[in-house]
Design a protein around this ligand. Sequence first.
Ligand SMILES: C[S@@+](CC[C@H](N)C(=O)[O-])C[C@H]1O[C@@H](n2cnc3c(N)ncnc32)[C@H](O)[C@@H]1O
Length: 222
Amino acid sequence: MNPEFWQTRWQEKRIGFNQSEVNPLLTKYFNHLNVPAGGRVFVPLCGKSIDMAWLTAQGYNVVGVELVETAVQEFFAEQNIVPTVYQHADNPIIKSYQGQLAGRTITLWVADIFALSAEDIGFVDAVYDKAALIALPANMRVKYSEQVRQLSDTADKKFAPQLLITLNYDQNKKNGPPFSISNEQIQQYYGEHYQINELINEPATIGSAPELKVTEHIWLLN
Ligand SMILES: C[S@@+](CC[C@H](N)C(=O)[O-])C[C@H]1O[C@@H](n2cnc3c(N)ncnc32)[C@H](O)[C@@H]1O
């Protein structure tokens, strides 16, 4: 998946992954992350997810990363926020948009996640990965999981826990994204650095292939 793939998807409004309602799995399982009051949540490959607004309504600050600037602009417009736009100090093609929502700060980087450093992101208390790992093909996922770990520094020099949502289905029956991820792959990507707990798995559907048998898995990585 090159950047043009995602630019085109946003341009043509082929964004079936974007939900108009807050993800019920987030509201149900977020407390497992034990984020301190007023803490900061990192949302990689964030799109314009309304889940970020929910996080601020719960009293958390949010930092997201998204390749496509339109997505970030649409997020702020839909939340009726006029953001301040900052240029990255060292890289002229990277910007961040920052605004206040429910008294909390949302910072969304317009960047390739692999171009950012932990310094750019700042300390975070948790990671919320929804439709991020599963948006990437297998040959990018080890690098992605490592990059998210590197970007999720906590103030006490550890890396933050993650709430991770994945899908499992027969990849022969459909091309990704979203891609199918097996339990073995979760071990491969995260097993070395995290304790992996599967909180739940349940039947799900993919809009573009409604007849496909799909299971949705929610993982807590500590
Ligand atoms: C499947 S969408 C999910 C968006 C959001 N998490 C949601 O659930 O609505 C994946 C998003 O990741 C963005 N993206 C893809 N590759 C990226 C990269 N290397 N760095 C930052 N964002 C990326 C795409 O533009 C797209 O908006």
